[in-house]
Design a protein around this ligand. Structure first.
Ligand code: ADP
Ligand code: ASP
Ligand code: MG
Length: 442
């Protein structure tokens, strides 16, 4: 019998009543369920702040954050449980956790220690919720993600390892109603504690869903599904009831924060539907992500920030055999992925989302032509069934963008996305205008 995987984000486990609500949602069905939890909202940021103080050799600063966090967690445990037994048990566990965090304020500090600190948020939230379930008499077990979540030498999830190890663990622990684990955290190929980057709990849920051949992967968050535009930027966005895997993957990659950028891929390959639900409003329909395509429908708009455009012009060499390969190799050698690319007879423009190696990249590109760079840009992308044989969508999208300066346009890489590179300062206006033109009559 295949299970459902339910993942709850930081806000969904952010207070005592939210944790109690999560407990009732996961036990709503009597079937065994696999639950993935994030850290309580604000905790991962606080842990990163502690690490920052320690990098800067400021243990007093770190201790101040640790003390505040400890007081909050102990009060939380006091309020969450109704029995002395569970209050005491959980407080003892938390005190050990904070003792562990304090142990880092004395030693040498590297990224290895930082990863261990940042992992404690998910370790604490899962312990607290599983104890709450046990107090309520639910047959629940906490599985340690560090025993089976693993990345390979390229930093990519090692799905074979995850499948095998989680398979063995599940085999050993049959008969539970709730199997719970930490999102986000994992070990790397060398066995060290690591993580799947910010927002990575969605990715954990999707990888576990695939490893267990789950019937559905549910991402429970603080909004009623994927909206047709960024609700933090645009007024009157609306929830979408259905998205195709490709559409959801494009939206996640291009900035729709509700999903981690790569979490749709494993589910897409395994054909497991992903459902987005609102913990604060469980009766709301949410969004189902599956293989269905709604012909010709433009679904949503998203924006990716902190983009840099790099242009190389070379009248001599451009489009000569091997030129693009040389250009791409430079980006590859600095592990800087290219998001958008456009070519003309005299130049190539590319966009990247990291300036960490920009100087080196530009210096190497200069061997092949004149290089120019534009900073503070953003990619706005329109997603839907944009098959090239469909008529009219390009005109509609351009109509919405007519008063915005556009640095690059990209279409044709997929049937699901048309992207524009614009100045960051025009983002709000571009997103609002796209919503006004594309969705007002739908
Ligand atoms: P969680 O902590 O549950 O993982 P996140 O904060 O990562 O939640 O993601 C949910 C948030 O994503 C929403 O509160 C919303 O502000 C933001 N968001 C950005 N774009 C979209 C979108 N297109 N649809 C829905 N939510 C979006
Ligand atoms: N707690 C981690 C973060 O804040 C992972 C997650 O919530 O998905 O990024
Ligand atoms: Mg998230």
């Amino acid at each position: 019998m295949s299970m459902e995987v339910m993942k709850f984000g930081g806000t969904s486990v952010g207070t005592v009543s939210r944790m109690q609500e999560v407990a009732s949602l996961v036990t709503a069905s009597s079937k065994p369920t696999f639950v993935v939890l994030s850290a309580m909202s604000g905790t991962t940021n606080a842990l990163i702040e502690i690490a920052d103080y320690l990098y800067k050799k400021n243990p007093e600063g770190a201790n101040e954050v640790i003390n505040k966090l400890e007081a909050k967690y102990l009060q939380h445990a006091q309020d969450l449980y109704s029995t002395e037994e569970y209050k005491l048990k959980t407080k003892a566990f938390l005190l050990k956790e904070f003792e562990y965090l304090r142990s880092f304020t004395k030693d040498l500090f590297t990224s290895f220690e930082e990863k261990n600190i940042v992992a404690q948020g998910e370790i604490m939230s899962t312990n607290m919720v599983v104890n709450y379930l046990k107090e309520k008499g639910v047959k629940a077990i906490l599985l340690n993600a560090l025993d089976f979540m693993r990345t390979d030498k390229n930093g990519e999830p090692d799905l074979e390892f995850i499948k095998t190890e989680l398979g063995k663990i599940m085999e050993h622990h049959q008969g539970f109603q709730i199997y719970m684990t930490q999102g986000f955290i994992c070990r790397n190929a060398y066995g060290e504690v690591d993580n799947l980057l910010r927002g990575g709990s969605d990715y954990t849920a999707s990888l576990i869903g695939v490893a267990l051949s789950a019937s559905e992967i549910q991402i429970w968050t603080d909004i009623d599904g994927m909206h047709n535009n960024d609700p933090r930027v645009v007024k009157k966005t609306e929830a979408l009831h259905q998205l195709n895997f490709e559409e959801a993957a494009e939206l996640a990659y291009f900035g729709a924060k509700i999903l981690h950028p790569t979490c749709i891929q494993p589910a897409k390959y395994a054909g497991i539907p992903v459902r987005l639900k609102n913990t604060m409003e469980p009766e709301a329909e949410g969004t189902i992500i599956d293989n269905t395509i709604i012909k010709g429908k433009i679904k949503a708009v998203a924006a990716k920030d902190n983009i840099t455009a790099v242009k190389i012009k070379s009248s001599r060499m451009l489009l000569a055999t091997g030129f693009l390969r040389k250009v791409f190799e430079i980006f590859e050698s600095y592990q800087t992925p290219i998001d958008m690319i456009t070519t003309s007879e005299v130049g190539v423009s590319m966009s990247i989302d990291s300036e960490v190696h920009l100087n080196e990249i530009v210096n190497e590109l200069k061997k092949y032509g004149t290089v120019s760079v534009d900073h503070d840009m953003c990619i706005v992308c329109v997603v839907g069934d944009l098959d090239w044989k469909n008529l009219g969508f390009e005109a509609l999208v351009l109509e919405a963008m007519k008063s915005i300066s556009v640095r690059m346009i990209s279409y044709g890489g997929s049937n699901y996305n048309i992207s524009f590179l614009i100045n960051a300062q025009d983002k709000q206006r571009a997103l609002q205008q796209l919503s006004d033109v594309l969705f007002q009559h739908q």
